[in-house]
Design a protein around this ligand. Structure first.
Ligand SMILES: [Zn+2]
Length: 437
C-alpha cells in the first residue's frame, strides 16, 4: 500500500489534509477537513502520520506492507508496532505490515487545547462531563461528520445542531471536522474493528489545534476484549505533539447513564446512541437503544431522555439473543441495576429470560440452528456460536467457545511448527559483561 500526494491546503473554513492511498483494494484520496479553532493554528508541515494510522488495518486486511512517501512522527511509527501486533494477535490471518517512510517529522510544541470526541452517545457524553482530578479540563468537543454511514445531509445538520446545544449546556465549544476516512475500510471490515485507529488518525490530523484528544471508551475494565477501540490501540498512535487518549475504562455503560442521570439530567434529552437508522434521535428497537433505555429506567430517568420512546418495548428485548460475551455482560449489568420491584422488575425478568434463552434456546430455535448448520450458514450448532469472520470481537468469542466446549481452537493447530509472532529484537549484549555463568 502506497501513501503519497500528502497535502495540507488552506480553505475558506480552515484546512484540508489529504493523501492518495493506493493498494490492491483500489485507489482512494482520504481527506480530513479541519475547521478554524480559536486560540490555535493547524501545523502545516509535511506529515503523513494521520494517513499512516488510518492505513494500518486496511493494509493488513489486504496483506500489504505500507510505503509512505512523506515523513511521519517517530513516536507514531514506533507505536505502530504495538498496534499491528494487536491486530495480528486478534486475527492471526492478518500479517503485521512492514512500514517504510520518507523520514521523520521535526517535533513541535503541543497545542494547550484538549478535545473530546463527541457523538452524543453515552460514552462520549460521560467523557465530556466527568470530573478529571489531576488532569487539565477538556476545552472543546469534537463532533466528526462522515463516520455515520446512514445519515442524510439533513440528519447530519441536525446532529451537529444538537451536539452544539449539548456543548453549550456543558460550556464547551463544538468543533466539527469532516472526513471520508471510512472509504478505506467500508466493505472490507466491520467498522467496530476500524474506528479506534480512524479516530486516532483524525486526532493526528488536528496537530496544532489540539495537544490532547480524548477518545471515549466503549468497554469497561471488566469487559476488555479484542475490539477496534482499545487502551492498547489509540494511545500507541500518539505523536510527540498530539496525545491520543483512550479515556478511563472505570465506568460501564450502565454506570455512565447513571452518572448522567444523577449529575447532568439536563443533558439526557440530547442522548443519542442509535446508528442503525437515518435519524437524529433513537429508534428505540435496536439492541443499543434497548440497553440504554433499560439503563435509563434503572436510573429512573427514562422520561427525561426524550430522544427515546417513552416506554421500553419488552417484546423486542424478549426477541434478543445477545451472544458475544461482552454484550451479555452489558445486559447483566442492566439487569443488576434494575432490581425486582414494579416496572423495573418486569424489565429485569425479560432481560434475564432473553439471556437464559440465548444460551439455552427452546426446541424451535434449536431446530432452526441445526437447519442453518445443515445449509452451511453456521459452523456450529452451539447457540452461542457467532460468525468469527465478522471481526475481532466475534472471533475472540468463538475462540473462547471452541476452547471451552471442544477443547480446540477455532483455527486448527498446524502440523508444521509455527513461528511465534515476535516483532523486534533483543538489545545486543554489552561488550564489558563477564561471560562467567
Ligand atoms: Zn436504535
Amino acid at each position: 500500500m502506497i501513501i503519497d500526494r500528502v497535502r495540507t491546503e488552506a480553505t475558506d473554513t480552515g484546512w484540508t489534509r489529504s493523501a492518495r492511498i493506493r493498494g490492491r483494494a483500489g485507489d482512494s484520496v482520504v481527506e480530513f477537513h479541519l475547521p478554524h479553532v480559536d486560540g490555535a493554528s493547524l501545523r502545516t508541515d509535511l506529515d503523513a502520520s494521520c494517513f499512516l494510522a488510518a492505513a494500518l488495518l486496511p493494509a493488513m486486511l489486504a496483506g500489504e506492507d505500507i510505503d509512505v512517501d512523506a515523513p511521519v512522527s517517530a513516536r507514531v511509527l514506533a507505536g505502530t508496532t504495538e498496534v499491528v501486533t494487536a491486530f495480528a494477535r486478534w486475527n492471526p490471518d492478518l500479517r503485521p505490515a512492514a512500514i517504510t517512510t520518507g523520514g521523520v517529522v521535526e517535533s513541535a510544541p503541543s497545542s494547550p487545547l484538549i478535545g473530546c470526541m463527541f457523538s452524543r452517545g453515552a460514552d462520549s457524553m460521560a467523557s465530556a462531563v466527568v470530573e478529571r482530578p489531576g488532569n487539565e479540563p477538556i476545552t472543546h468537543l469534537i463532533h466528526v461528520v462522515g463516520l455515520e454511514p446512514h445519515h442524510s445531509a439533513a440528519t447530519r445538520e441536525e446532529e451537529v445542531r444538537l451536539a452544539r446545544v449539548a456543548g453549550d449546556l456543558m460550556g464547551l465549544p463544538l468543533v466539527v471536522p469532516r472526513t471520508n476516512v471510512r472509504v478505506l475500510t467500508d466493505g472490507r471490515c466491520d467498522w467496530a474493528d476500524a474506528h479506534g485507529a480512524a479516530l486516532a488518525a483524525l486526532a493526528l490530523s488536528m496537530d496544532g489545534l489540539f495537544g490532547r484528544v480524548i477518545v471515549p471508551a466503549t468497554q469497561a475494565v471488566n469487559e476488555l476484549i479484542p475490539f477496534g477501540s482499545s487502551p492498547v490501540l489509540e494511545p500507541n498512535l500518539s505523536s510527540e505533539s498530539v496525545a491520543v487518549v483512550h479515556d478511563s475504562v472505570s465506568l460501564d455503560r450502565v454506570g455512565k447513564v447513571w452518572l448522567l442521570a444523577r449529575d447532568r439530567p439536563d443533558l439526557l434529552p440530547y442522548l443519542k446512541v442509535c446508528w442503525t437508522e437515518d435519524r437524529p434521535d433513537n429508534c428505540g428497537r435496536c439492541g443499543k437503544c434497548l440497553l440504554t433505555m433499560c439503563a435509563l429506567q434503572a436510573a429512573d430517568a427514562l422520561p427525561l431522555a426524550t430522544g427515546f420512546p417513552a416506554t421500553i418495548p419488552l417484546d423486542e428485548i424478549q426477541r434478543l439473543r445477545p451472544s458475544p460475551v461482552q454484550t451479555r455482560q452489558h445486559w447483566v449489568n442492566a439487569a443488576r441495576a434494575l432490581g425486582a420491584e414494579g416496572d423495573r422488575g418486569r424489565t429485569r425478568a425479560v432481560i434475564l429470560d432473553a439471556l437464559r434463552r440465548s444460551a439455552r434456546p427452546g426446541p424451535r430455535e434449536r431446530a432452526l440452528q441445526w437447519w442453518a448448520r445443515v445449509r452451511g450458514e453456521r459452523q456450529r450448532i452451539n447457540p452461542s456460536w457467532k460468525d468469527p469472520t465478522r471481526g475481532f470481537e466475534w472471533r475472540h468469542h468463538t475462540e473462547l467457545l471452541d476452547l471451552l466446549t471442544r477443547g480446540q481452537p477455532t483455527r486448527p493447530v498446524s502440523e508444521v511448527a509455527e513461528e511465534p509472532l515476535v516483532l523486534g529484537r533483543a538489545r545486543p549484549r554489552p561488550d564489558d559483561v563477564s561471560q562467567d555463568p
